[in-house]
Write a protein of this length. Structure first.
Length: 418
């Protein structure tokens, strides 16, 4: 009977559809067999079969861990890590959600932080690492000595990563998977990090944070929106040198005018401001901030490609929203899936890249003097999240009903010329 059961389970695993519900059902059966019946053979089959499913870490491990984070057994977590086959970023995202929702440093957190492979992958993704590290530091006063050692080892791993000239296997895995997410939004933690940073260290700090795509646009947004006049002037003196040193895309002249209450930076040199480095691409679709965060949406941008001879269709790209929910963060991604494109729009997939985009969410303000679209500076806001008590949106900007539009500043320095 035991052999027949094992064979039947293996057959089910072979024929399983690659979706969360089906995989989760069979995985739970293997967990029950291992924990209750003291049989590990079904789990061995599950790991071997599920680990070869494409994107198993994203499709199954991440949502499963998010659902069971507070009560999962260490042995079960270790099985999930094996299914990931080295792709541990989905595990780190589940860890981040747990901490964002007020979760403490549990045995699950300790197991994840104790895994050198998971930590290696985490620190290879600078933005994700800084978000998790910041959330852990909020619990500093409640940490016992052993937990403090774990968090300190995470910080030390990040320092070693910054000093290492080599690229880790995890870097290669994430690059190969093709990151299409717009990365300049919601760096509230980094903003507070910069607030505490002496101006003299700004250059070296930004150099270390290059993986999170801090650019000239973000530096100007930070200086205008968040700095005192004295600090603003000091940053203004630093920006030209940083643009040259880091080979940053220069901002169009119009960018510096798109603030509701601008604290003028004055005249910026040509090393910072130029109309030749970036195209300004506006999507005229209007939406409320609340609907932007909570509903699935696609935003079409027209962006001509020199020499394109396709008839009856225009060149451009689409940004696709993953709405905010209890189980998922709000994300905006460049989509290259043909199914998302209408017949009259196409994307030059081999050229268009989210890495060349700085996305601005503009808000519409109507005053007695002038109607104006203004940069909301969401690059430096904390990421929106669901308030688990009220069910509503928790976000620094509380004007959820105000109309917004999306504007992309696209680095065209290596874009084909007409």
């Amino acid at each position: 009977m035991s052999e027949k059961c094992t064979a039947a389970f293996a057959q089910f695993c072979d024929n399983i559809s690659p979706d969360f519900t089906a995989i989760s059902f069979l995985f739970d059966e293997a967990v029950y067999s291992e924990c209750t019946l003291k049989r590990g053979d079904l789990m061995e089959i599950a790991i071997s079969k599920f680990s070869i499913i494409k994107n198993a870490a994203d499709v199954f491990v991440e949502p499963y861990l998010k659902e069971h984070f507070s009560d999962i057994k260490t042995s079960t977590l270790n099985h999930l890590l094996k299914i990931c086959k080295g792709r541990y970023i989905p595990v780190v995202r589940a860890l981040k959600q747990h901490l964002q929702c007020g979760g403490g440093i549990t045995d699950t957190v300790r197991t994840i932080l104790s895994s050198s492979e998971v930590v290696q992958c985490m620190v290879a993704q600078s933005l994700l690492y800084m978000e998790v590290y910041g959330l852990l530091l909020r619990q500093f006063s409640q940490m016992n000595p052993e937990d403090l050692k774990l968090v300190t080892s995470l910080f030390n791993a990040a320092l070693r990563k910054q000093d290492s000239p080599t690229t880790s296997a995890c870097d290669s895995i994430e690059v190969f998977s093709g990151n299409t997410t717009i990365t300049n939004l919601f760096h509230g933690y980094e903003r507070r990090f910069l607030d505490d940073m002496p101006i003299k260290d700004l250059g070296s700090t930004l150099s270390k944070l290059r993986n999170i795509k801090i650019n000239a646009f973000m530096m100007i947004e930070y200086a205008i929106k968040y700095c005192s006049p004295e600090r603003r002037e000091k940053i203004k003196e630093k920006i030209p040198g940083l643009c040259t040193e880091l080979s940053l895309c220069r901002v169009p002249n119009s960018f510096t005018e798109m603030f509701r209450n601008p604290q003028p930076l004055g005249d910026l040199p040509e090393s910072v401001v130029s109309d030749s480095d970036a195209a300004v691409i506006v999507c005229n679709k209007l939406i409320s901030l609340k609907d932007l965060f909570e509903t699935k949406n696609c935003f079409n941008f027209l962006f001509p490609f020199p020499g394109c001879n396709q008839q009856n269709t225009k060149c451009g790209f689409i940004l696709k929203v993953t709405p905010l929910s209890i189980s998922s963060e709000f994300e905006i991604d460049l989509t290259k899936d043909d199914k998302d494109y209408p017949a009259d729009l196409h994307c030059h997939k081999d050229v268009i890249s989210s890495a060349n985009m700085h996305l601005v969410i503009e808000k519409f303000f109507r005053t007695s003097k002038k109607d104006k679209w203004c940069n909301a500076c969401y690059s430096w806001f904390d990421r929106p999240k669901i308030n688990t008590r009220s069910g509503g949106i928790s976000f620094e900007d509380r004007h959820h009903g105000i109309a917004v539009r999306l504007v992309v500043y696209y680095d065209i320095r290596q874009y084909p010329k007409p």
